[in-house]
Design a protein. Structure first.
Length: 403
């Protein structure tokens, strides 16, 4: 096999992942704003109009000139104006106008008195509580000015950003294409769920696990049936998948055993960017290329699969789509001490919770072996412990990756 980085740090893994993905950025496409939720923006969204688009009332009540209240509390009612109507005439001096929330403020008016602070007669309105000048008026452009960049390329089109774009009249946005992803699981021991198990066999949990994780990222992955540990068969399917997909994610067959064929096959068919990282679980993880397709090989133990997907595969998928906005960072206090007895960067399972004092605490799960999938199912987060063997004290602040 050719030379490539091996047994590298987690930080080096992320650096290589982002560098490789940067040279393979996916194409952009234009989508209707209504279909763009969760997508990565490929261009800035620039405001074509101000928000609010015009001065308008923030309350149901009465529009007034505040100076008219200097020497009186009752004002003749000049008419009414509802949301969606045009304020064609200015407010006559010394009078008030019934107005609803969102209705345009007529020229001359500068304040709105809420309805509940008035006493309404047949043709006059008494102001029972005088608001300060400018109260309950939403001025044009105080939320967004024309030309403001309201969302930048590389950020995620959240529901709030989608709503903002729609409020600005933006009907289409440029986004990065979604990566196409194939999932290959390997192993002579794998049997489909629902089938009887022979001695030495296990059910193929990793495929469903990976497919769910990918769907959670908004993707539509394709899964192959489990492959036996036959190098010719794996070679053929890997080459076939590489012709069709942007990314192939494999499970199992990446270590140094007699049946671990994937590192050699990736090296034979393309190139390896790194193999093995100083992480636990997931040490044998490998990233390579076959043709234009990136191949990310994850270890076969289910917790290793999940941990390396959440920390490495997600970073790869984000970088391919040009995401520059960080995923939400969570830091929490350890609810119990943890004695870390190895040097690798660890992703320990734990349960994140907020206590009544408002602090986030994370409880380490003692089921920390990479085959203990129940420990991962009973948890809701990965506790990130940096390289180096040491004891982490209860109350110590650690970074947490939620799932």
């Amino acid at each position: 096999m050719k030379d490539f980085p091996t047994r590298i740090s987690y930080e080096q893994v992320l650096e290589i992942v982002r560098s490789v993905a940067a040279g393979r950025r996916l194409d952009r496409e234009r989508l209707a704003v209504s279909r763009a939720d969760g997508r990565i923006l490929a261009e800035d969204i620039v405001a074509p109009i101000p928000l609010p688009a015009f001065d308008n009332s923030a309350m149901d009540g009465f529009a007034i000139r505040h100076d008219d209240l200097r020497d009186r509390r009752s004002l003749p009612l000049a008419g009414e104006l509802f949301a969606g109507q045009s304020a064609e005439s200015p407010l006559p001096p010394g009078q008030c106008l019934r107005i609803t929330t969102g209705a345009p403020l007529p020229a001359g008016a500068d304040t709105v008195v809420p309805k509940e602070n008035t006493s309404v007669g047949a043709d006059t309105v008494r102001i029972d509580s005088v608001p300060p000048p400018g109260a309950f008026v939403r001025l044009q452009g105080t939320d967004v000015a024309v030309g403001d960049v309201v969302a930048t390329a590389g950020s995620v089109m959240t529901a709030a950003r989608l709503g903002l774009a729609a409020a600005l009249g933006v009907s289409q946005v440029g986004v990065s294409a979604r990566p196409t992803v194939a999932v290959l699981t390997t192993g002579d021991e794998l049997v489909e769920p629902g089938m009887p198990l022979a001695p030495g066999q296990i059910y193929n949990a990793n495929r469903d696990l990976l497919m769910a994780l990918l769907r959670n990222e908004g993707l539509s992955p394709t899964a192959w049936p489990a492959l036996r540990d036959e190098p010719d068969r794996i070679r053929a399917l890997l080459a076939d998948a590489a012709e069709t997909f942007d990314v192939v994610i494999t499970c199992g067959g990446v270590s140094v055993g007699e049946k671990d064929h994937l590192p050699g096959l990736i090296d034979e068919l393309g190139e390896v960017f790194f193999w093995k990282a100083r992480v636990r679980p997931g040490m044998p993880v490998i990233l390579g290329r076959v043709g234009k397709c990136l191949v990310l090989g994850l270890p076969g133990n289910p917790v290793s699969t999940m941990a390396t997907f959440l920390t490495i595969a997600r970073s790869l998928l984000d970088a391919l789509q040009g995401r520059t906005e960080d995923r939400p960072q969570v830091w929490a206090a350890l609810a119990a001490p943890w004695n870390k007895q190895h040097d690798r960067h660890e992703f320990l399972r734990g349960r994140l919770a907020c206590r009544p004092d408002g602090r986030l605490w994370v409880h380490p799960n003692p089921a920390d072996a990479s085959y203990q999938l129940r420990g991962a199912a009973d948890s809701n987060a990965l506790i990130e412990l940096p390289e180096g063997a040491r004891t982490f004290a209860a109350g110590e602040i650690v970074r947490v990756v939620r799932y």
